[in-house]
Design a binder for this molecule. Structure first.
Ligand SMILES: NC(=O)c1ccc[n+]([C@@H]2O[C@H](COP(=O)([O-])OP(=O)(O)OC[C@H]3O[C@@H](n4cnc5c(N)ncnc54)[C@H](O)[C@@H]3O)[C@@H](O)[C@H]2O)c1
Length: 260
């Protein structure tokens, strides 16, 4: 199995894509740590996949230190870090560049960008031990296209992509055998995307279902992706099959970025 004998930590694993990655990693034989701010659902996912739950707000540096210490204490190693936790910010706040409040930008960047940075920063020493490891950071197609309807979110995901390339080069220059890549999901119908579609549908004066049906027609392969499609890509980048792939951006979007 691809992740046999490997220890993996997933942030934002209580639902959506993080939970799908946890399930796929469990099938691949990984020893799992699931973390989230949502304790109840995070524990349920951890129980389901035979992993351990650790409460973690990714924007809290002290909490990151504690989590990495606990993984180190339990196994003395970390092979895979998946920085999946992400938010779109206050649903009621305007998202365009002219009206969006600084508070929303700060909240979004604190989780999406700073959370990813803090995870990488604190996990590096443990990942670098022994035979090295892999980091998979969650960006988005929003980093690859202009997104005036979710400006701060898109900018934060572009920052994650750029940071990951810098990180990949830095760790290689240090002689750490750690590969660092980003995944860029297109549209997966998780709670996050439902929230966005609800808002955009209301602005367009239509229903969320109608909006989703129209949106689907803009995806060249004609379907929304399933959480498992993203999880499979994360597993590939985390596994030895990708052992010379680093600093790369992998879109899993049914061709959406090709046609926009
Ligand atoms: N769903 C999509 O179509 C899509 C598309 C592109 C990118 N993404 C990205 O994929 C990742 C997962 O998205 P999703 O759709 O599963 O979202 P989701 O909202 O369903 O799940 C996000 C998870 O992150 C957790 N979280 C939020 N803030 C946190 C914090 N401060 N610390 C720790 N955990 C926190 C939430 O509790 C939740 O469990 C995100 O980074 C998102 O930006 C999703």
């Amino acid at each position: 199995m691809e992740l046999d004998q490997k220890v993996a930590l997933i942030t934002g694993g209580a639902q959506g894509l993080g939970a799908a990655v946890a399930r796929r990693f469990a099938e691949a034989g990984a020893t799992l740590f699931i973390s989230d701010v949502n304790e109840a659902d995070g524990r349920a996912v951890a129980d389901e996949v035979g992993g351990r739950f650790l409460v973690l707000d990714v924007s809290d540096e002290a909490a990151w230190r504690g989590v990495v210490e606990r993984v180190d204490h339990a196994h003395g190693r970390l092979d895979v870090l998946v920085n999946n936790a992400g938010i779109e910010g206050d649903a009621a706040a305007p998202k365009d560049p002219e009206h969006s409040p600084l508070t929303d930008w700060e909240a979004i960047f604190r989780v999406n960008m700073m959370g990813t940075f803090l995870g990488c920063k604190h996990a590096l020493p443990l990942l670098a031990k022994d035979d090295g490891g892999a980091i998979v950071n969650f960006s988005s197609v929003a980093s690859l296209l202009p997104t005036p309807f979710i400006t701060a979110y898109g900018a934060s995901k572009a920052a994650v992509e750029h940071f990951t390339k810098s990180l990949a080069l830095y760790v290689a220059q240090q002689g750490y055998r750690i590969r660092c890549n980003t995944v860029h999901p297109g549209q997966v119908l998780t709670p996050m995307l439902h929230g966005l579609f609800d808002r955009m549908a209301a602005e367009a004066g239509t229903t969320s279902d109608e909006f989703a049906a129209q949106f689907k027609q803009e995806i060249p392969l004609g379907e929304f992706q399933e959480p498992e499609d993203i999880a499979n890509a994360v597993l590939f980048l985390a596994s030895e099959s990708a052992r010379f792939i680093t600093g790369q951006s992998l879109a899993i979007d049914g061709g959406f970025t090709l046609s926009h």
